[in-house]
Write a protein that binds this ligand. Structure first.
Ligand code: DOR
Length: 442
């Protein structure tokens, strides 16, 4: 049975003792069985192998973790909640429930709402709704350019002061190099990341899937790899020039990953994230004109899928993030060229990512690192670590729990997942935000 609990955010001193846990803290490398963790109010009070050897504290609620993994709450730093403007696709409430069900305690939201998050009033609205209706922590990105039109910077300093965690025009690239240079300069001064949807629109030329043999066979227009790579190459040069923190959203091509690897070797402040669909699927998933496999950047060739896995393995790709993009049936049940780009991902991120562990490609520590402290560092969030005094955001994971994805059972308002019917191993059993359980399974 699945249960959600609305966070009260008034949890001042209540103590919860998590016993019998495999405690994993990806940053420090802690991995102990039979461990305990104590939360007090919204903070982690203590944790360790022997914490409850003399019993749990009087008055504390006890949660037996059943030997499962208790780790820092997961982050997904690339999600689209459609509020304001397209609440029929997703609201902050439904999207954050979907996050909680996926074990995610902090999301960074993309600003391509209607209206765009390009001034402090829209940002304030979002923050208010996040407190009123959200189940998890919500860190909004603001837009780089007004209306995401690409030609005039937003009031970036004011937006940072009001709580924007960074800037992006995601959904759209910043095509103008001069505007991008200015944004990076401002980002460097303000100490926040500038995140790019790396796509040269002229090279994409209206394509609706990956350029390659599948597109040729289907008679569809393709988006070439170079469309992503030229923007990443340009931006890395600009990041070097400005000293900015530059982040590549949903990286998908071998060429762009190679560029990020080189930038890191040079010591530049360049990071990248990849979405599970880009390391689980390739463009053959689009055969049969499956619009549920249409997203931007598109599913790429097998060589790119392998490159994403290698990028995650060697740390070139810092984070796993879903690009959770809810779309209603009407937007998807049309021809490939007309269908909306995007798939939902919050509820399947953890399980799909754990396959990298089950298949022996990556360690549990490294996979969890890509969903905890590493994405936290990209958006400068106080999250993703087991530390005394840190926010009590936690995820309890059974890595071996087998379950089958059924789209109609997803908690997102939109059901556009290409993974319907797929059986996966591993899931979140409990999600704790600020010391309060917001989701429990089973
Ligand atoms: O597939 C996508 N969908 N890619 C994006 O960059 C935007 C997103 C959306 O907003 O639906």
């Amino acid at each position: 049975m699945t249960q959600f609990f609305k966070p009260t955010r008034t949890n001042h001193g209540q103590r919860v003792a998590y016993t019998n846990a495999r405690l994993i803290d990806p940053e420090s490398g802690l991995d102990v069985k039979g461990g305990g963790l104590l939360t007090e109010g919204n903070k982690i009070a203590d944790f360790g192998e022997k914490l409850f050897n003399n019993g749990t504290p009087d008055g504390a609620e006890v949660v037996d973790c059943g030997g499962h993994i208790l780790c820092p709450g997961l982050l997904d730093i690339q999600v689209h909640f459609r509020e304001p403007g397209q609440e029929y696709k997703e609201t902050i409430e439904s999207g954050s429930k979907s996050a909680a069900a996926g074990g995610v305690t902090t999301v960074a939201t993309m600003p391509n709402t209607k209206p765009v998050v390009d001034d402090i009033t829209v940002l304030a609205f979002l923050q208010k709704r996040a407190i009123e209706t959200g189940y998890v922590n919500i860190r909004p990105y603001a837009a780089i350019t007004k209306g995401q039109k690409g030609d005039e910077l937003t009031e970036m300093a004011m937006l940072v002061e009001a709580g924007a965690c960074g800037f992006t025009d995601d959904g759209l690239p910043v095509m103008n190099a001069q505007i991008m240079r200015q944004a990076l300069t401002m980002g460097a001064a303000l100490g926040v990341p500038i995140a790019q949807h790396a796509e040269d629109h002229n090279l994409s030329c209206g394509g609706c899937m990956n350029e390659g043999w599948v597109a040729t066979k289907l008679g569809l227009k393709g988006i070439p790899n170079v469309s992503e790579a030229v923007i990443v190459a340009r931006d890395i040069l600009l990041a070097e020039l400005t000293g900015a923190q530059y982040h590549v959203l949903h990286i998908s091509t071998k060429e762009a990953i190679d560029l990020v690897r080189l930038a890191k070797k040079k010591g530049l402040r360049v990071t990248a994230e990849a979405a599970p669909h880009h390391f689980v699927l390739n463009d053959e998933a689009v055969i049969d004109y499956r619009t549920f496999s249409k997203m931007n950047p598109p599913l790429r060739a097998e060589i790119d899928r392998q490159a994403v896995i290698e990028g995650l393995m060697d740390g070139t790709i810092d984070a796993i993030a879903t690009d959770h993009a809810p779309h209603d049936t009407e937007s998807k049940r049309v021809t490939m060229d007309l269908a909306a780009f995007g798939i939902v991902g919050l509820e399947t991120m953890l399980s799909l990512s754990l396959d990298l562990v089950h298949s022996g490609k990556m360690s549990m520590r490294d996979v969890l690192a890509a969903m905890t402290y590493k994405p936290a560092d990209i958006i400068h969030a106080d999250a993703g670590r087991l530390k005394k005094g840190a926010p009590a955001d936690l995820t309890l994971i059974d890595p071996n729990h087998s379950w089958t994805i059924k789209n109609e059972e997803l908690h997102s308002k939109s059901k556009n997942s290409p993974f319907d019917g797929r059986t996966l191993k591993g899931r979140a059993l409990r999600t704790v935000v600020g010391g309060e359980t917001v989701y429990a399974h089973g």
